[in-house]
Design a protein around this ligand. Structure first.
Ligand code: SR1
Length: 365
């Protein structure tokens, strides 16, 4: 397993980081060539020659389960930027939450004999049959946030146990003697299932922290659906002190509910993931969203494309690639004057992991 530098819970915010920010949010289409999203800035001249195949053009199929929401948009922007830098044509498809559609898209990528395939999220039972066909056809495959069911594929994840642990560590520190918590979860999504393992263990280890309600939905308007559920849960449980919402759409929805009920002084939210919009929500006056544990999604998208490119080139890639998260608190964001994801990444350099799936013939990003 490759582990990049694991960040300490305390983040160092550099004064140099406070530059302007912007976030590319491309609209997914059925099939697209490498996008015009900003490419990483080259910082070193590589000494390894570009494999001839890459001079001719390589096609990687990116087969997604989900595409709406900041996390997935940022991830795609990173994947597209890395594809452009490596002269890879990214063929994009999304199931838009429809698992059968994703499975069909995957079957089609296998039939087209893409040079490599990246499967981004998905449910094991719907994607594994086509993954087996890809492996049988000799197509290299990277599986992000989904169990490929075969050791032939490279499995890419964020460190989801650590994501949950970091948020819960902050929750525990803030709650002190304990208290009632609303938990947001939907089973079946591999990253959420891993975070749930940590939450389950945490509850056992901390009996004074009590889950009084579980809510959750994942659809094309997750945040507003979770907001409705969270309002009902908070009204039914007036003693709640915290909401553990380990997905940014969950946390945004929870924040909306707390605000609408005027409970900002009573209920704190502990989330996962980060985007420019999330930073805006976290740093608003009286925001209840006090901490999130996150990777930079665009960095993870870049890692996925690099891993696929290495496989196409016949380079050795670890079978498991894990991207470490950092704990980001409301206080740190406010104190650092951080208003966007680019500032955050400059302030927390460990969010960029160029050493994971490094491509020897490419300028370092
Ligand atoms: C519905 S699954 C959502 C999660 O996928 C990615 O792992 C992100 O971290 C997000 O929290």
């Amino acid at each position: 397993m490759i582990h990049a530098r694991v960040l300490g819970a305390t983040l160092v915010f550099s004064a140099l980081a406070l530059a302007g920010c912007s976030q590319a949010t491309p609209t997914p289409t059925a099939t697209t060539a490498a996008s015009s999203a900003a490419a990483p800035v080259p910082t070193a001249s590589p000494t390894v020659p570009v494999p001839p195949k890459f001079a001719q053009g390589v096609t990687v199929a990116l087969v997604r389960q989900l595409s709406s929401g900041d996390y997935f948009e940022q991830w795609l922007a990173g994947a597209q930027a890395e594809a452009k830098a490596l002269n890879v044509k990214l063929e994009l498809s999304s199931g838009d939450g429809n698992n059968d559609k994703q499975a069909l898209n995957l079957e089609q990528a296998v039939q087209r004999r893409a040079d490599a395939i990246i499967v981004d999220h998905g449910f094991a039972d719907t994607v594994q049959p086509a993954i087996r066909k890809a492996v049988a056809a000799g197509i290299p495959l990277v599986a992000f946030d989904v169990d490929p069911g075969t050791p032939e594929a490279v499995q890419l994840t964020q460190d989801d146990h650590e994501i949950a642990s970091q948020g819960l560590g902050q929750l525990k520190a803030d709650l002190g003697a304990g208290g009632e918590v609303v938990y947001v979860y939907v089973a079946g999504f591999a990253p959420l299932d891993r975070r749930n393992e940590t939450w389950t263990r945490f509850k056992k280890d901390n009996p004074a922290i009590k889950q009084v309600a579980q809510i959750g939905v994942v659809n094309s308007s997750t945040a507003s659906a979770v907001a409705d559920q969270a309002k009902a849960a908070l009204q039914a449980n007036p003693g709640v002190k915290a909401i553990f919402a380990p997905y940014n759409e969950f946390a945004k929805g929870a924040a909306l509910a707390v605000k609408e009920l005027g409970l900002q002084d009573k209920v704190r939210i502990y989330g996962a993931d980060v985007s420019t919009a999330d930073i805006g929500v976290m740093t608003e006056p009286r925001s209840p969203w006090v901490a999130t544990s996150a990777t930079d999604p665009s960095n993870v998208g870049r890692v996925a494309v690099r891993a696929a490119a290495l496989l196409v080139a016949g380079e050795k890639v670890e079978r498991t690639l894990t991207v470490p998260p950092a704990l980001i608190t409301q206080k740190q964001l406010r104190d650092g004057g951080i208003t966007g994801i680019e500032q955050l990444v400059q302030a927390v350099p460990g969010l960029n992991t160029p050493e994971i799936a490094k491509v020897p013939w490419a300028a370092s990003s």
